[in-house]
Design a binder for this molecule. Structure first.
Ligand code: SF4
Ligand code: SF4
Length: 216
């Protein structure tokens, strides 16, 4: 797990109903999930000005690949020990209308206590803010689980002005997913990216090592 920046374990028994494209028989076999995170490069983020660029696109794919390789290694080790493990891809769309995958990695990370859902609708970790990418391994391997932490964005509003779609609001529940989606769609066409990414609210959310203040 050396290449990972954060690792947590969540009890997902209450969350499995929301999983997509996996039968109940499959998900019922997995009461736990290991969630892993790697940091997004500050140097790459510093190149973003008014939207995604080719450097960020390449880095995004590299991080997903790094996460998927790490998840595969962990799953293989768990299976060698006689337990079950199902790695879920870091970035794979299952429902194209909603742009969602088999499960929400950020929701699993929240359940594991790695962070909270921020105003930018992403996971926010204390140390690295939203500058992480995530993936998940479902398992029945016996592990101690974390718990959701009770904190939020507090007095930080840094990402609101960074968002070109004005999708980020004061309350995380008011996040305008459609406005964000439309902006990502526009970027994918106009910037030769071919993928729905942006990076501006990730760049703005730098965690306790950055310039924003987070409530403890
Ligand atoms: S990804 Fe871009 S458009 Fe979407 S909320 Fe973040 S900054 Fe706004
Ligand atoms: S930049 Fe601030 S307000 Fe936005 S998600 Fe991060 S901590 Fe929350």
């Amino acid at each position: 797990m050396n290449s990972l920046d954060l690792v947590g374990v969540a009890d997902i028994r209450e969350a499995r109903e929301a999983f997509q494209g996996l039968s109940k028989d499959v998900t019922d076999a997995f009461p736990l999930a290991i969630v892993e995170a790697v940091r997004v490069s500050k140097a790459v983020l510093s190149t973003l000005e008014d939207g995604p660029n080719l450097l960020y696109y390449h880095h995004y794919r590299q991080l997903n690949s790094q996460l998927d390789r790490a998840a595969l290694r962990i799953a293989q080790e768990i299976e060698r020990r006689g337990y079950a493990a199902l790695p879920i891809a870091a970035s794979q769309v299952v429902d194209w209308e909603k742009m969602t995958g088999h499960l929400s990695h950020k929701e699993v990370a929240h359940l594991a206590g790695l962070g909270w859902r921020g105003r930018n609708n992403l996971l926010v970790t204390k140390k690295l803010g939203s500058q992480v990418r995530l993936t998940t391994i479902l398992t029945d391997f016996p592990l101690e689980t974390g718990h959701p932490i009770r904190t939020d964005c507090g007095s930080c509003y840094r990402c609101l002005s960074a968002c070109p779609a004005k999708a980020i609001k004061e309350e995380p529940t008011e996040f305008d997913s459609l406005a964000c989606y439309q902006k990502l769609k526009e970027f994918s066409k106009t910037r030769r990216i071919g993928q729905y990414i942006c990076g501006l609210c990730v760049k703005a959310c730098s965690g306790s090592k950055g310039t924003i203040e987070l409530q403890q």
